[in-house]
Design a protein around this ligand. Structure first.
Ligand code: NAD
Length: 491
């Protein structure tokens, strides 16, 4: 047996292989000491007088002071947006498109700066911010810029009209990308916006205000108010025509209760517990890559993460063996190192939640595997984890962990796979791995999930609608479907 063959029998990379550090410089990012709120095209001090510190989860180092918006601040932002709506909504479509194209181009030009800041503030690996978040964020603006002057064609004979001011609330897992998913369609449809980023990751949204100025977007068309859930709740209560919320199911339900009967429009993009289903005729190595990408991408902080793996019983052992070997090659550590695969957990709070659910998994009797890896001392870290021997009733098979933790279950027949995959309150996404096209279609018809990937996972495109069933929410983002919730129609 040659050296290479002997090694490949045990591990996909040679034993003892180490990577030299490849840190991305942070010099390209210049931060202010303190950020106000972005209202009416200006930086304003919060009337609340409150600020909080935003840190980097990679080493807990403080990055900047950020304003905590109060009710009056949110009211001022919605007023600025309403003033701007009067002219923005009357602009001809090609004019609105011009601004959106500008924003897209500037994001593309400044993508390195944004990528570094995203990784610094959020903890995700730089290669993901650089190669996924930033290109997709720019692509969303490019895509919706293309629709701004074609609304009549997109919705023929329906007289599409903008709604007014949209209040938008986003989470911390894809801060700039979620901002793009929200702002691009709203502006293309002729609305103006007040957006509240998540409290742990406000910095790329604040840097985005710079882009708005560079693009000479009329003041007040986009307003950014920072702060925790109190600022979000104030936005929900404020005088807006629509709330678009992405975040946890718990908060989504509270918002839905609050808005019932008010006439405000609502879309909810909530949590998930996706099934990634591997049949015995699947290309196993390819499937293992898809499983790894499905759950360890962005530390598992992904609403559509493939957190429940269903493997057909006959190939259970080879799949789990290969998966464990592949996990051993994942590099966990500094998000700003270009070789890092799994970065920092976003916050202390999220780490506590992951640890609590993992402890519950052990206590309920599941078997845990974590590859040996040295975690940095400072910051928030969690090793890639897989649980086997999992029953469907276990908390780790039912609850969204939102971390790098996979639960493996088995099935024998396609019917059983469908039944088990649908046995969750969520319905955001699913994955199917098989060589049979007919089986893909048969499964996709029966899976209660908004997005179903076949022989791939975590693929996104601005032209493709995304959204959930059941407790994963309602409404779609992306594609034509993503424009509709920002428009009123005659019919
Ligand atoms: P979260 O619900 O705690 O917070 C989301 C946002 O809501 C934050 O900006 C937060 O400040 C704000 N908020 C908190 N309390 C509020 C209230 N009472 N009223 C109004 N706003 C309030 O969620 P999170 O922990 O930031 O994000 C993780 C969750 O987001 C996960 O459940 C994940 O699945 C989900 N998510 C879903 C999608 C999707 O497209 N379906 C995408 C990304 C994340």
């Amino acid at each position: 047996m040659t050296d290479v063959e002997r090694r490949s029998d045990r591990s996909p990379v040679p034993a003892g292989w180490t990577y030299a550090p490849a840190p991305e410089s942070t010099e390209i990012v210049s931060l202010r000491e303190r950020y106000g709120l972005f209202v009416g095209g200006e930086w304003v001090a919060p009337r609340s007088g409150e600020f909080f510190e935003t840190i980097s989860p990679r080493d807990e180092a403080p990055l900047a002071q950020v304003a905590q918006a109060g009710e009056q601040d949110v009211a001022a932002a919605t007023e600025a947006a309403r003033d701007a709506f009067a002219t923005w909504s009357k602009l001809p479509g090609p004019e609105r498109a011009k601004y959106l194209f500008r924003i897209a181009r500037i994001l593309a030009e400044r993508s390195r700066e944004f990528a570094v800041l995203e990784s610094l503030n959020g903890g995700k690996p730089i290669k993901e911010s650089r190669d996924v978040d930033l290109p997709l964020a720019a692509a969303h603006f490019f895509y919706y810029a293309g629709w701004a002057d074609k609304l009549e064609y997109a919705f023929p004979n329906r007289s599409p009209r903008p709604l007014g001011v949209a209040g938008q609330i986003i989470p911390w897992n894809f801060p700039l990308l979620m901002l793009s998913w929200k702002i691009a369609p709203a502006l293309a449809a002729g609305n103006t916006v007040v957006l509240k980023p998540a409290e742990t990751t406000p910095l790329t949204a604040l840097l985005f205000c710079d882009v708005l100025r560079q693009a000479e977007l009329p003041p007040g068309v986009v307003n950014i108010v920072t702060g925790d859930g109190r600022a979000g709740a104030a936005l929900v209560e404020s005088d807006v025509a629509k709330i678009a919320f992405t975040g946890s199911t718990e908060v989504g339900k509270a918002i839905q209760r609050r808005l019932a009967g008010t006439g405000k429009k609502l879309t909810l993009e909530l949590g998930g517990k996706a099934a990634n289903i591997v049949f015995d005729d699947a290309a196993v190595d390819q499937a293992v890559e898809g499983i790894v990408n499905g759950i360890y991408f962005n530390q598992g902080h992904v609403c559509c993460a493939g957190s429940r793996l269903f493997v057909q019983e006959s190939i259970y052992e080879p799949v789990v063996d290969k998966l464990k070997r592949r996990m051993a090659t994942l590099r966990v550590g500094d998000p700003l190192d270009k070789n890092t695969d799994v970065g920092a957990i976003n916050s202390r709070m999220q780490l506590d939640k992951i640890e609590e659910l993992v402890a519950a998994g052990r206590a309920e009797g599941a078997e845990i595997y974590q590859p040996p890896c040295r975690l940095p001392e400072k910051g928030y870290w969690f090793a890639p984890t897989v649980f086997t021997n999992v029953a469907q009733s276990y908390r780790i098979a039912q609850e969204e962990i939102f971390g790098p933790v996979l639960s493996v279950l088995t099935f024998r027949t396609p019917d059983e796979a469908v039944e088990k995959a649908n046995n969750t309150p969520y319905g955001l996404s699913a994955g199917i791995w098989t060589e049979k096209g007919s089986r893909i279609l048969w499964m996709a018809e029966r899976l209660r999930a908004g997005v179903v990937w076949a022989n791939t996972f975590n693929r996104f495109d601005p032209a493709s609608p995304f959204g959930g069933y059941k407790e994963s929410g309602f409404g779609r983002e992306g594609g034509l479907h993503g424009l509709e919730p920002y428009l009123a129609f005659d019919d």
